[in-house]
Design a protein. Structure first.
Length: 649
């Protein structure tokens, strides 16, 4: 057994973040827009819109300054040493990953240096620095300062209060007019959410940064600078984190904007140097080439217009139980043939309560005032897709790592539904939620059907508490894990109307984040717990079987049972006529060695093993393990995190 390796967060800090007119959450960093506050019905408070952040096109290319006060870059582990020149070149390579997108007009360039002896701050210098404040605990961060109201900037205005004008009527694009190292903005109108200052800081006090991909290793406090910076520079031009950490059933790589990096897996470290289709789609959506006749958005040699490459799938997410719109659902588009996750979006348009006296923000008191709609937009390359959704429920990413929209949905308890796919028979009760209708995103945007998803109403039978560990990464190969679901529990569910067994849910994980958690098989079957506490589980004659079974990294992976209505009849017959001492079991088997990945460890399952703690439960004694797939011995240390999903049909 191996304890859960902490994947160090690429921390997002958005100071005074904001954006253009209200838009669906998508993949955007967000802030408030107080331009047009709405009455809240509460004295001293109003409701304000949540919007995403952007650079104004007049400030593109975005000019960055490299802090040159550290050379070489500090390295707590010793060699290899990264020089300032090497670090600067690496960071420009990371910028160029975004700059070279043919359908996005974002352009970020390192143009000079700054000799700031302290840490970053709001000063109209877009600073890249390896100097961080004491106690800074992340690998890196990319805080932005942005407008929270529509404004007209006038000549000579000193916004940051340093005595130096930050606005000039003599320029039409952002420039260092007086050659003092900071950027002046042209006079004119700016929308809420316009970024004024972005600084990116890298924690050289705690980590060794390397620039050569060959230097990437499994030392957890050594990390590839180019991959980390590429992630942070996504935040620098307004992109939020995403849940996309597993491209397909055969590709375990994460999108660059996934919020965690496994510093113990060199393949995972270096893979985020290359932008995923999810990353490219949102950069192109926010900065679309070919949308203006002049300036950065004008088509130039080598550019491809956004309209020629992309279409936008639009729809909404509704709670099947309450009928309320859902904020913070992650909706994804999957290719039809290769089943690759291409692009994702977050549902919902939301508002927050703002205290008028000091601008402090609070969650709204009810869904009606806080969630305007459950709408989403997903930019996708022109193709044919399946569209599915999952909850932003902390597995694998919590709402606090996304944006305000997801946090509002989480605050109202909306993000506890099971993942499913869109079909033309959407409703609160679906027999087979894995069924997916084809969504054609080829013709004009007007021809793409509305994708309105409704969450299913179902019940989990989950004999475990919170995740405490992952295991057992040392195997041996072929090991079987099983969880008992007593006959009496199934009878009670059927008697209450929950007689449709829809899925088995398995909390799965991998030690190397670049690897797909591939298991030999998943099984629903029967078995008998003997008087000595061991169990005889009939893995050879399962009720349902999926081989191989593809798990999800750090999440619950569903095995949607085939022919669930027939399964209901089978289980009903078993309850009426089967051996009275026989129970149902969910079984998961790990594959034989060798296992893939740099560290060569087995795919793992989630373990609950701290009874009596916060949000936890006792050890139930319903988990078993077997080396031969016949005789299962009881697990006394943990609850295995397997559950049955039931519904009333």
């Amino acid at each position: 057994m191996r304890t859960l390796r902490l994947l160090v967060a690429l921390l997002l800090v958005a100071a005074l973040a904001a954006a253009a007119p209200p838009a669906h959450a998508g993949g955007a960093l967000e802030t408030t827009d107080i331009t047009n506050p709405q009455p809240s019905g509460i004295a001293g408070f109003d409701l304000v819109d949540i919007v995403g952040i952007r650079w104004d096109s007049r400030c593109i290319p975005v000019a960055y300054s490299m802090n040159d006060t550290l050379d070489p870059i500090p390295n707590p582990l010793g060699a290899p040493v990264l020089t300032l020149a090497d670090a600067t070149a690496a960071l420009q390579d990371s910028f160029d990953s975004w700059n070279e997108l043919r359908s996005s007009f974002i352009d970020m360039q390192i143009v000079n240096t700054t000799a700031n002896p302290g840490t970053r701050g709001f000063d109209f210098v877009n600073e890249l620095t390896f100097r961080t404040a004491a106690g800074f605990g992340a690998i890196a961060s990319s805080p932005s300062t942005s407008l929270i109201v529509d404004v007209t900037l006038t000549d000579g205005l000193d916004i940051d209060g340093d005595g130096d004008p930050d606005v000039s009527a003599a320029i039409s694009t952002c420039a260092d007019v007086d050659s003092d190292g900071d950027v002046e903005f042209p006079a004119g109108d700016y929308a809420a959410g316009t970024i004024f200052d972005n600084d990116v800081q890298f924690n050289a006090a705690a980590l060794r940064f390397t620039a050569d991909p060959a230097a990437a290793d499994n030392v957890t406090n050594s990390v590839d600078l180019v991959g980390v910076a590429t992630h942070e520079f996504g935040h620098s031009h307004g992109l939020s984190h995403v849940l996309n950490n597993q491209k397909s059933d055969s590709n375990g790589r994460a999108a660059t904007m996934y919020p965690f990096i496994d510093t113990g897996d060199p393949d995972a470290e270096t893979s985020i140097r290359q932008l995923d289709s999810d990353d490219a789609a949102w950069s192109s959506f926010f900065y679309p080439e070919g949308t203006a006749s002049s300036g950065p958005a004008k088509l130039q040699h080598g550019d491809r217009s956004f309209a020629s490459r992309y279409r936008v799938i639009r729809g909404s997410v509704t709670d099947g139980d309450s009928g309320e719109p859902i904020a913070g659902a992650s909706v994804g588009a999957f290719t039809l043939l290769s089943d690759q996750l291409v692009s994702t979006a977050f549902s919902g348009t939301v508002r927050l309560l703002r205290r008028q006296a000091d601008g402090a923000l609070f969650f709204p008191l009810d869904v009606a005032s806080g969630i305007v709609d459950g709408a989403f937009e997903i930019p996708v390359p022109r193709s044919v897709y399946r569209v599915g959704m999952e909850a932003t429920d902390g597995a694998p990413v919590a709402t606090g790592s996304i944006n305000f929209t997801a946090q509002v949905g989480g605050f109202f308890g909306q993000l506890d539904f099971e993942e499913e796919f869109f079909d033309h028979f959407e409703g609160a009760v679906e027999t087979y939620p894995a069924l997916a209708s084809i969504v054609q995103a080829i013709g004009s945007n007007a021809s793409i059907p509305q994708v309105d998803l409704v969450t299913n109403v179902n019940t989990r039978v989950a004999p475990f508490g919170s995740l405490d560990f992952i295991g057992f990464t040392l195997g041996p190969g072929g090991l079987h894990y099983a969880v008992q679901f007593p006959r009496s529990e199934i009878e009670a569910a059927f008697d209450s109307g929950l007689d449709l067994l829809q899925a088995g849910l398995f909390r799965t994980a991998v030690s190397d984040a670049s690897v797909v958690p591939r298991f030999k098989k998943a099984v629903l079957t029967t078995g008998i717990v003997q008087t000595d506490g061991t169990a005889l589980v009939d893995v050879a004659h399962p009720v349902r079987k999926r081989a191989p079974f593809i798990g999800q990294d750090g999440d619950f992976a569903p095995y949607w049972f085939e022919l669930p209505q027939l399964l209901r009849l089978q289980v009903g017959w078993w309850l009426a006529h089967g051996p009275p001492d026989e129970d149902l079991f969910l079984v998961l088997q790990i594959p034989d060695e060798p296992w893939p990945g740099f560290n060569g460890l087995a795919p793992a399952i989630g373990l609950d093993g701290v009874p009596g703690g916060s949000n936890d439960v006792p050890i139930f004694g319903r988990s078993f393990v077997s080396t031969d797939g016949v005789l299962f011995t009881p697990e006394t240390r943990f609850n295995y995190m397997f559950s049955l999903l039931l519904s009333a049909d």
